[in-house]
Design a protein around this ligand. Structure first.
Ligand code: ADP
Ligand code: MG
Length: 253
């Protein structure tokens, strides 16, 4: 059994079918990059996994626990009780394009907030981990600063540390560098690469093709709500089989 099993996911917004029978299984420790044109359903797919969107049909099983499934013969997904869904989703750390740090809190308080509120931990219990994470992303010396004083790259690294503070089993990244000035993307990508080297399970939606190739164990090319092609980075980037993948990669040069 894989750590994440998403099977036959369908998702529509009104009459617009955005995910058309998407199946993806992710192994523990695996790093997956999802690439593809804008509007192809990449964000929606990630958002369905962490329950920011509900699916119409299909199933999602995380570490053997069913979050949602579709009974045989039915076309409608049935979710587990809300408390169970929340418990499952807490195992996922999310990091999106816009970092959404709490603006009225210092860097350190941003890190401490979720463990305090959600896990009911005391500050002194979380501090060693908070210090370790802020050192890891190179921002321990900025712990008393407010987000507005930081560069976009620094804010995104705080957002990564904040997600890691909840001890997730998988990290989901949705274009973590696309809101950044080009000179700031490297520091964020290096942080994510470091997580990959430590065998964090990750799904990374990115427009950074060189990074996708370098960091991923498997690359998924999505277009029109369908996984059109997937495989080892060398295969997908150097010998794409699908014409759409070929055209997309040409357009990214
Ligand atoms: P990507 O991340 O690959 O650019 P998205 O998943 O964001 O693609 O979007 C896929 C399609 O779904 C787009 O046509 C987008 O306009 C549409 N879409 C996304 N979210 C919503 C929503 N909340 N309501 C209606 N349409 C949406
Ligand atoms: Mg997107």
């Amino acid at each position: 059994m894989s750590f994440i099993e998403m099977d036959h996911i369908r998702k529509s917004f009104g009459s617009l079918e955005v995910l058309k029978d998407v199946t993806l299984h992710v192994e523990t420790g695996e790093v997956i990059s999802i690439i593809g044109p804008s509007g192809s359903g990449k964000s929606t797919f990630l958002r369905c996994l962490c329950q920011l969107e509900t699916i119409n049909s299909g199933s999602i099983v995380v570490d053997g626990q069913t979050m949602v499934s579709t009974p045989e013969g039915s076309s409608r997904a049935v979710y587990a009780p809300a408390a169970d869904v929340r418990t499952i989703c807490r195992r996922m750390g999310m990091c999106f394009q816009h970092f959404n740090l709490f603006p009225h809190m210092t860097v350190l308080d941003n890190i401490l907030e979720a463990p305090r509120i959600v896990k009911k931990m005391k500050t002194e219990e979380i501090m060693p981990k908070a210090e370790e994470l802020l050192k890891k992303v190179g921002l321990w010396d900025k712990r008393d600063a407010y987000p507005s004083r930081l560069s976009g790259g620094q804010q995104q690294r705080v957002a990564i540390a904040r997600a890691l503070a909840m001890d997730p089993d998988i990290m989901l990244f949705d274009e973590p560098t696309s809101a950044l000035d080009p000179e700031l993307t490297g520091e964020v990508l290096r942080t994510i690469k470091q997580l990959a080297d430590e065998h964090m399970t990750m799904i990374i939606v990115t427009h950074e093709m060189a990074f996708a190739k370098e960091v991923a164990d498997r690359v998924i090319f999505m277009a029109d709500g369908i996984i059109q092609e997937q495989g080892k980075p060398e295969d997908v980037f150097e010998h794409p089989q699908n014409e759409r993948t070929q055209n997309f990669l040409k357009s990214m040069l």
